[in-house]
Ligand binder design. Structure first.
Ligand code: TXA
Ligand code: MG
Length: 346
């Protein structure tokens, strides 16, 4: 398959390009597109055949459900049984980086939901994503536009690396602002949700809108053997480069000293803080942002993991992020990338 790549510089002047992309979606084809979180691999969410193509293009197990993307939060009602908790979440956080899991309606085929009776709904704020869904006139099922198991793509170049020749079109809308996938919550009942995947909408922000917010254990801990995950995606190895990742936990000075010694002793790539760059050798060094700048670290994480993976490093070191605020989302992605390998630096 030949993949057409279109750079979107000026949305209002490129309505024709977006209309063509929307035609592809309506016709059962696949279009990768930018969102504010990461790039998505989109197909018509009401079309069983399109869903099958998405799983095939990504090499994704078909029991791992897709998020459906809508242009207006009120549209959720057509595809899911919404309640007051959804409406409050939608009012506070949509359009934006929040996905809500609700009971599925028949309009969404079971292939999209991995056989589940629930469906994940999200209304992205990125103008290209928004326009594409609007023009398509159908909800767009879209997982992250990476090959299954690879870090999510935050620039079009990553999508091209993973999916060129496997999709009809790639829309290049520049770097994704947030850089981590959306926050996912499951609505448990009235005024009660469970956080399944942390993201740009933080735990504290959710607590301002919903009375009870549980955190699924798999957000911060490895699933035990035979444990049934609340979200099928939790059981798959995720966000993982091919080079092993080790996370460091320790005081700033001790961790920096460890990294300086590591550079002399082994072929390592390092995801370091800006403040540390002056003390480390530049080879295989990937500055992630200032120590306290979690937004910058989120924005650059997947890009840095991919870049570090493309070096000749035999090991990748990174700092273990804090678990508060946006740190929880970083922590969740990084412990998965590291397959829960954390090294304590005394
Ligand atoms: O930011 C995002 O959410 C991006 C952009 C493209 O919107 N999409 C994304 O999709 O990250 P994906 O497929 O890579 O991750 C969706 C996660 C998976 O872990 C899946 O298991 C979970 O959502 N999920 C989807 N539907 C679900 C459902 N009905 N119940 C439980 N988990 C569900
Ligand atoms: Mg994904």
């Amino acid at each position: 398959m030949k993949t057409e790549i279109i750079r979107i510089n000026d949305l209002s002047a490129q309505n024709g390009d977006l209309a063509r992309a929307a035609d592809i979606i309506r016709g059962g084809g696949l279009v990768a597109f930018p969102t504010e979180t990461v790039y998505g691999l989109g197909g018509n969410a009401t079309d069983d055949g399109a869903a099958k193509k998405i799983y095939a293009a990504k090499g994704r197990p078909s029991d791992n459900p897709l998020i459906i993307h809508i242009a207006d939060p009120a549209d959720a009602d057509r595809y899911a049984a919404v309640n007051d908790t959804y409406r409050r979440l939608a009012k506070a956080f949509m359009p934006g980086p929040l996905t809500v899991i609700l009971p599925r309606r028949e309009t969404i085929p079971k292939s999209v939901t991995g056989g589940l009776e629930s469906v994940a709904v999200r209304c992205p704020s990125h103008p290209v994503a928004h326009r594409l869904i609007e023009l398509a006139g159908v909800p767009i099922a879209a997982p992250s536009a990476n090959l299954s198991g690879k870090p999510s793509p935050t620039v079009a170049e990553h999508v091209i690396q993973d999916l060129s020749g496997r999709v009809d079109m790639i829309l290049d809308g520049g770097p994704s602002e947030i850089g981590l996938e959306s926050t996912i919550v499951k609505v448990d009942g009235d005024d009660e949700v469970t956080l399944l995947r942390p993201g740009g909408i933080t735990y504290d922000a959710l607590c301002m809108v919903v009375g009870t917010v549980h955190i699924a254990p798999a957000v911060t801990h490895a699933l035990a053997e035979n444990e049934r995950p609340l979200s099928p995606g939790m059981k798959y190895r995720h966000y993982a480069p091919s080079v092993p990742v080790v996370l460091l936990r320790g005081e700033p000075e001790a961790t920096l000293a460890f990294l300086m010694r590591a550079q002399d002793r082994e072929k390592c790539a390092i995801l370091c803080y800006f403040e540390e760059t002056a003390y480390l050798k530049p080879e295989r060094l990937f500055p992630v942002g200032a120590r306290g700048d979690l937004a910058a670290q989120a924005h650059t994480l997947f890009r840095n993991l991919r870049a570090a993976d493309r070096t000749d490093a035999e090991i990748i070191y990174a700092h273990l992020p804090p678990e508060n605020g946006l740190g929880l989302a970083l922590y969740n992605r990084m412990i998965r990338a590291a397959a829960h390998t954390v090294r304590d630096i005394p």
